[in-house]
Write a protein that binds this ligand. Structure first.
Ligand code: PHE
Length: 338
């Protein structure tokens, strides 16, 4: 009786395990499940007949049936996992498709432009230096000869971090920091981020400048004009003309606004240059000797010039961008063009 029962259990188990091993699709699997684990399956049938066995044989017979049930259930799980994984693979894997190369990013247009400007000045003999974006009133204003009541020291114009700290409104504080650290001759450019409470189609609250500072023996305004002419030719095009217009900055004397010949109409007069034929590019001037007393230079021995170039503006002019926001919105359709 007992040996017959156990033989049946074994037979059923082997049959079931083979069936699950061989099923080729989910439909066949479901059929096999009903056949070997369902309510009318042989195993269920065998559990039912346990009661007909002599009492002393029941425990070991029961164990054999349970063991078989466990193994067959496991086989069902494995088959299910195997078939589902295969289905998923076949859903998305087309081995005939070409591979996808990893996406390579590139430098943002502003970083590219800043690097290009620095490269041009490096060829003219300038070194590159940097300064902090969070500045003190001393470096941003006081040592640059700004009077205490200058309007740009107002909360309306400048972004303050605390009473004593502010976001630099220009890269000119790097002039002072550089002169404090080095003796003349100084030939440096200082690229970086700058901040002002400005926001319209040509102004962004965060923007970029490249500061230039030269302090050496016998520097005149002719050097300023020569360097900036060479820069404009290298950055825009070899024929680009510049002009100097009188201006005012507390830290340069005399001061000059530098314009370039309109990149769009070549000076004929158009919408971009508002009919004037010229585009404003940067502020500049001869270093005001008042600065030298802050840094311990002797104004009788050296003279110099400085300039501050708007990188965003230079990029907009060079690439014909109409809205500065394109540079800051992170739209890849725009950024990928450069
Ligand atoms: N710092 C000035 C500005 O941001 C530009 C400037 C720099 C002018 C150096 C003269 C000399 O407007």
């Amino acid at each position: 009786m007992m040996s017959q029962f156990l033989e049946n259990v074994d037979k059923t188990r082997i049959e079931a395990l083979n069936a699950f091993k061989e099923v080729a699709d989910l439909e066949a699997l479901e059929k096999a499940r009903v056949e070997f684990l369902g309510l009318k399956s042989k195993i269920t049938e065998l559990s039912r007949t346990l009661g007909t066995l002599p009492k002393n044989e029941r425990p070991s017979a029961g164990q054999a049936v349970n063991k078989a049930k466990t193994l067959v259930t496991q086989a069902h799980h494995h088959a299910l996992a195997r078939l589902e994984a295969a289905k998923e693979r076949s859903d998305y894997l087309d081995v005939t498709l070409p591979g996808r190369p990893p996406l390579a990013g590139h430098k943002h247009l502003i970083s590219q432009t800043m690097a290009e400007i620095c490269r041009i000045f490096a060829k003219l003999g300038f070194s590159v230096v940097e300064g902090p974006e969070v500045e003190t009133d001393y470096y941003n204003f006081e040592a640059l000869n700004f009077p205490p009541d200058h309007p740009s020291r107002d909360m309306q114009e400048t972004l303050f971090v605390s009473e004593k700290l502010l976001l630099r409104t220009h890269t000119s504080p790097v002039q002072i920091r550089t002169m404090e650290k080095t003796k003349p001759p100084v030939w440096v450019v200082a690229p970086g981020k700058t901040y002002r409470r400005d926001d319209d189609i040509t102004h962004s609250p965060m923007f970029h400048q490249v500061e230039g500072l030269v302090v050496d023996k016998g520097i005149t305004m002719a050097d300023l004009k020569g360097v900036l002419t060479a820069f404009a030719a290298a950055f825009f095009s070899p024929e680009t003309k510049i002009r100097l217009r009188p201006s005012f900055f507390p830290f340069t004397e005399p001061s000059a606004e530098v314009d370039i010949r309109c990149v769009l109409c070549q000076g004929q007069g158009c919408r971009l240059c508002k009919g004037s034929g010229w585009l404003e590019l940067l502020g500049s001037g001869m270093v005001d000797p008042a600065l030298y007393k802050f840094v311990g230079y002797n104004p009788d021995e050296v003279s110099g010039f400085a300039f501050g170039l708007g990188v965003d503006r230079a990029a907009m002019l060079k690439y014909g961008l109409s809205n500065i926001r394109h540079l800051y919105e992170g739209d890849l359709r725009f950024l990928r063009q450069f």
